[in-house]
Design a protein around this ligand. Structure first.
Ligand code: EPZ
Length: 440
């Protein structure tokens, strides 16, 4: 077992208290990459201080971007990023790219800004094959020539990208972001159908438009982008992390506690709140950014859920919701339709006493049986948070390894749970790979 482990005491004590929601990892990463589109500084606030955002900073520096960061305040970074034309190297080794699949998001900006880009292909991914065909098809529609060599994707476009109309095979979040950024500086108008509709897509479009782009339709299934010659400086505050918010609401429901979220955005999780309501857990909106779930007297009901592209039930809270279902007597079901291998947390939950049977892409959860503590290993980001949640209600002590997955996507998770009364502590060292600030 790795030394850096999280130890959770299953005290059975309901979580009670307040949790501040951090900036969205999945909004911050493409928005940081958008800084490659302009000579002028992009100033960002509410960037979560996570391994993934630190890797993105390293990657952007590999390419030649200049980044000034203000040291984190409560886990949030403020950054100023600048990409002078003569400083960028589209064929940089980008060693950092192999650490994170989201690195492919620099492809669209580099290609449209410089006319060529080479992006190393990241290593394997535990939750699925995660091919790049939808990214390729969209960029080729704009005139890019793409080939693979030496485990890297090479893209060229002589004479610059040209606006086009194209339908995505699936509403891929990353491919939508690459297409949007590539089309922002292409000549002419692009229309993309069957695009992703997540709040993170809207946040990227808002940031690009603040930089002088002309992106219409974000949040709907069709994006219309009128290319412009250049983008300019802007300041943007990243939206709250809806997956983090749902993780803590689920923790409150799981422990039958009473937790208030601050700095959240109810509009981003309407569907998920409806799922919790159907199970008997009501989320009260104190105001637009403050949400409260009080589960003290709830007699919850089992549920049947299927993951789907936004605004459907998010695959990123499937593991956490499965843990909640283990605490509810009766038969619940979850069907995972987005990734082909995103049930890896099931074996660890079964080792903790959960009664779960998997049949292809559907898991049946026979809830109401108590969990017991165990030493378990996280396999991916969202599985790691689900195992910590399970430890909160398991009888005895649970330790969770593979915490590097957790540090990719959750700011100060142990501290936020401790503030609500959880007995959670880290047993090992483990820390972020801190990037060094560089001046202009
Ligand atoms: C984004 O990943 C998120 N990551 C993921 O969150 C999230 O689970 C996913 O969207 C779905 O919502 C970031 O935003 C950084 P996709 P992305 O392209 O863009 C297939 C987390 O936990 N596909 O929408 O990589 C793909 O294999 C992470 O924060 C192709 O077939 O996801 C998958 O089955 C995990 N060809 C489905 O589409 C392609 O070219 C959705 O993938 C691209 C995708």
């Amino acid at each position: 077992m790795t030394m850096d482990r999280m130890m959770i005491q299953g005290t059975g004590t309901p979580l009670r208290g307040q949790v501040s929601i951090s900036g969205s990892k999945n909004a911050a990463l493409p928005i940081m990459a958008a800084s490659l589109l302009s000579e002028e500084p992009l100033n960002l606030h509410n960037v979560p201080d996570l391994n993934d955002t630190r890797v993105m900073m390293d990657l952007l520096r590999d390419i030649g971007a200049q980044i000034v960061l203000r040291e984190p305040q409560d886990g949030e970074l403020s950054l100023s990023l600048k990409s002078p034309q003569n400083a960028l190297n589209p064929e940089s080794p980008m060693a950092a790219a192999r650490k994170m699949r989201a690195s492919v998001i620099v492809l669209g900006p580099l290609l449209t800004r410089l006319g060529r880009a080479t992006v190393p292909l990241p290593g394997g991914c535990p939750i699925g094959a995660r091919p790049l065909d939808v990214h390729e098809d969209a960029l080729q529609a704009l005139g890019a020539v793409i080939h693979y060599k030496d485990n890297a994707l090479h893209a060229f476009c002589e004479g610059g990208l040209k606006g086009a109309t194209h339908r995505l095979r699936v509403p891929s979040v990353g491919a939508t972001e690459n297409a949007m950024m590539a089309a922002a500086l292409a000549s002419g108008t692009s229309v993309f159908h069957n695009v992703a509709r997540e709040p993170e897509i809207i946040d990227l479009a808002d940031c690009l438009n603040a930089m002088g782009a002309n992106v219409q339709g974000a949040g709907t299934e069709t994006l219309t982008i009128h290319g412009v010659p250049r983008l300019h400086s802007a300041t943007h505050t990243v939206i709250p992390d809806r997956i983090e918010a749902m993780t803590y609401l689920i923790a409150a429901a799981l422990t039958r506690g009473d937790v208030t979220l601050t700095g959240a955005n109810k509009d981003h999780i309407q569907g998920e709140i409806a799922c919790l309501h159907a199970m008997g857990f009501d989320v009260q909106a104190i105001n637009a950014t403050t949400l409260r779930l009080n589960a003290a007297e709830v007699q919850p009901k089992p549920a049947q859920l299927t993951t789907a592209p936004y605004p459907g039930f998010p695959t990123d809270i499937q593991a956490q919701m499965m843990v909640l279902m283990t605490s509810i007597a009766g038969e619940s079901r979850i069907t995972e339709t987005i990734f082909e291998n995103r049930f890896q947390h099931v074996s660890a939950l079964k080792a903790m006493g959960a009664h779960i049977t998997q049949n292809g892409e559907t898991c049946t959860i026979h809830g109401g049986f108590p969990l017991h503590g165990a030493d378990v290993e996280a396999t991916d980001l969202r599985a790691s948070s689900s195992l910590v949640l399970a430890g909160l209600v398991a009888q005895g002590t649970t330790t969770v390894g593979g915490l590097h997955h957790l540090y990719r996507g959750y700011v100060h998770l142990p501290e936020k749970l401790q503030a609500c009364g959880a007995k959670v502590e880290r047993l090992g060292g483990g820390s972020y790979a801190h990037a060094s600030a560089t001046g202009f």
